[in-house]
Structures are given as C-alpha cells and as structure tokens.
Design a binder for this molecule. Sequence first.
Ligand code: NAD
Length: 491
Amino acid sequence: MPSAARAYRMYIDGKWVDAASGATYALPNPATEESAGIAPDAGREDMRRAILAARKAFDEGPWPGSTKHERARVLNQIADGIERRKEEFRALLVAAYGVEYLTHHVQLEIPIKLLRNYADLALRFEFEELLPVQSAQTPMGPMVVSSMAYHQPAGVCGMIPTWNFPLFVSVQKLGPALATGNTMVFKPSPFGPLVDLLLAEVIEQSDLPAGVYNVVCGESPELGIELTESPYVDKISFTGSVGTGKRVMQAASHTLKRVHLELGGKSAMIILDDYDLGMGGPSAASPTYFHAGQGCAMTTRVLVSRERHDALVESMSGFVKNFVKIGDPADPKNILGPVIREERRQSIERYIESGNKQGADLVCGGARPPQLPKGYFLEPTIFANVRNDMRIAQEEIFGPVVSVIPFADEEEAVRIANDSSYGLSGGILTNDTTKGLAIAKRLRTGGVTINNANNLLHTPFGGIKESGIGREGGIWGMREYTEIQSICWKA
Ligand code: NAD
C-alpha cells in the first residue's frame, strides 16, 4: 500500500525524532492536491543537534576508520533494503512527487544500481596512491623516502539534495560519502522530504553506526543556512538553483568549507542535417513530457537548421499531440504528470507569457489542461522560431516547455549552444558519430549525449559556468568526498 498521508519522522543520532517544536507540515500530492504524507517541520535547534551527532560520529565513531569491506557491505545492505521496499518507494514517488511511470527507471531502478556501484567502488578506490620512491638529502644525510597520497574522508558533510529525482539525487551524495567514510546530515527540499525519510528507515535497518547518517527536514531555509554556516560541517554538497547555490557558497566561505554545487541548466540539442526528423521529433520534444520538464540536464533549447525548422516543429508537435497523454501519474498510461507545486506552475506560466510577448511562435500548449481542474498540470508547450536572446531561451523554466531555435550552419549552432550562462549538458543528433564527437568537444558543458546515449552509472555528472562546481558519479564522485593527504616516511 502507498505511504500516503502517513506521518514520517526524522532520524538523528540513530533515533527517530519529531521537530523539537513538535511542528509538522503536510505534503500535497501534486496531481490531486490531497495530502501525500506529513513531515516534521524542524528548526535550527534540530539541525544543530544533527550536526553535532554527525561531528561526534566522525571524530569519535568507528565509521571513518572502517574498512572498505565494511563500507561496501553497508552500501549493499541499503541497496537491498530499497529493493525490498521498492513498491513503497514507487508509491511515494508517484504520490508525493508526481513521478510518471516513464521515469521510474531513473527514479527508482538506477539509484539501487548506483548504491551497488558505490559498494564496488569502495572496494576498488585507490585510497592509498603510492608515489615514486625518492632519494632526498636531509640535514642528517641522504635518505630514501617513500610517500603516498592518502584519500581520507572529507569529514562531516552537509547534504542538500532536491525534489525532482529525489532518490537519485540523494543516492548520488549518500553513496560516495559512505564509500569514503564520511558522516553526514541530509537536509532535503521542503517540497519533497518524504523519500529521504523513507530512505532513513532503510538505513536504520543496516549496520551503519548511529550518527553517521542524519536527516532533518522542514519548510524554512534556515535549516540550510544553519548547515552551510556551521563550523562543525566540513563540506557542503548542494543540488538546486543557481541563486541558492551562490548563497550557499557565500555562507560556506565564512568557514572556508568545501562546496560542491549541482545547479541548473539550459542545455541545447543540436540536430544535424543528416538526422531523420521523424526520429528527432520525439526526442527533441522530450522536455515537454519527461517528468514535466523538471530536470536540470534536459535539452530545453532545440537547435535545427533553418530549412528544416518547420518540419521538425511539425514532427515534435505531432508526437506531443498524438502520444503525450496528460493526467495523474498513478495511472501508468499517463505520460505527463503535474509539476511539483502551484508556485512552480505559476512561475512556468510567467515564462510562457514572456515567450508570447517576445514574439516566439506558440505551436502547442501554453495553458492549463481544462479537463484537469485539480493538480498542478500544464499542457506540453512548444515554442518555435525562438531567438536565443529571449528569456525562454536563456533562463531555466523547469517545466514542460521547449524552445526551437533555427541556425544557419553548424558553426552558428555551436555558437548558440554555448551562448548561455549555464553549462550543464547538451545533445547532438547525427548519423555521423565522428562529427558528433568533434562538435561535442566544442560544447562548453559538463556532459554531452550523442543520439540520446547515456550512462548514468559510470560517467561523471556536473556542470561548468553557472551550472556548478564539482562532479558526481563514479570515481569522480568518490574523489569529491575525500581530502588528499600526503604522507612521507623513511623507506
Ligand atoms: P532551490 O535552490 O530553490 O532550493 C534548494 C534547497 O536549498 C532547498 O532545500 C532550500 O530549502 C535550500 N535553501 C534555500 N535557501 C538556502 C540558503 N540560503 N542556504 C542553504 N540552503 C538554502 O532549488 P530546488 O527548487 O530545490 O531545485 C531546483 C533546481 O535544482 C533547478 O535549478 C535544477 O536545475 C537544479 N537541479 C540540479 C541538478 C544537478 O545535478 N545539476 C539536479 C537536479 C536539480
């Protein structure tokens, strides 16, 4: 049965707790507006307690000194625990986050695989990198010196994940942090803490020592501020918007914490002239239906040659009209669900209005579906003949809206793609892989997919420019959670 409307608790220092104030708040089901669950509404006092628990677990507990085998075992236990309660996670993702069945692979299956992958990386990661033996002259005479670069855990990590792919984003922080021996406090988004609270129930059942993993949630930004300002926290890993990311970095600078930022994007999909538009249409339209466009790496600017612009737009809108069924994601037949909150829907509507005002052609959508009076739904929306300097092409909309921008030639396509303050992702559709690779290398983004190929398990993920600092995933994600120490000794 779904966990709808049940009350969840926070997990601090190995204990289940409510907010010290006793406050709670209800999370709406974005498709029905009914309650999907109740979460504690914590304050700074609760956050301070969690930080001190994580500090104590790091400074005095066994976890930072645990063996790689213990870490791998616990990570696999957590993966097993999610696997056992998979249907509960699925129901919660649908009810509290409006997660459509089309996205369940990324939302649910991949996070389990990621945890197993981090278990494997815990075993394979080179914590001790031995360096060349060196003969050195010392005041006492010649000495042969051995040395290593040792990757010790970064310390107490403040984790601020987000709500759009909640289990995926949390696991991309939890996995490498545990694999490298850190302790942590999670501060999930006020829009979506329930998956983290359910995850805490799984973690409690594992052999992870008390205090290593803590989760505190609430509606107030004060919680995140306490975490980033605290002198007891060594590192912040933040996933969210650029504006908040900048505030996090500023606050963290007072204690010179390490900051890892996974921020927004305005990625471009370049469709080269050799690519069939019948095939290109559905993937070009994907931001209008894949989790209602609520994805940081979605290619929300579609670049196509001027001659093929109208044909592409026809292919995209034909696909959207014929195949994208909109409605409650509890029904697997529905491809497009709601956005997470009414305030988010209104923000998206303001962008649609700006697209209309700035002269883009609204090809389809742009309104609330009249047949769905309840829930935060928006029609899949395609703008054509967009100029790259329009707001809808420059700013992240985070809703089911895509902009088609014509280009004169491939040089201009690359220039337009790079003409963005963001640099998260990008896509290329072509039958010529060599050419695709050459163009990919010219894109100023943290990642590029050619013909929609992706590898969420093993590749690094993150952005350049205002899309962030640092990389999650694989060995790169592991490194983010370690401090490098050099140790030298007499051979
Ligand atoms: P947001 O910036 O509104 O909020 C993020 C979190 O920051 C929330 O938990 C909030 O409570 C907290 N917060 C607010 N003020 C704070 C402060 N001063 N100090 C510390 N914490 C504070 O973002 P959001 O709506 O949760 O997420 C949507 C954004 O996330 C989009 O821009 C999206 O592109 C981005 N995102 C990025 C990735 C990635 O990996 N690059 C993945 C998913 C989402």
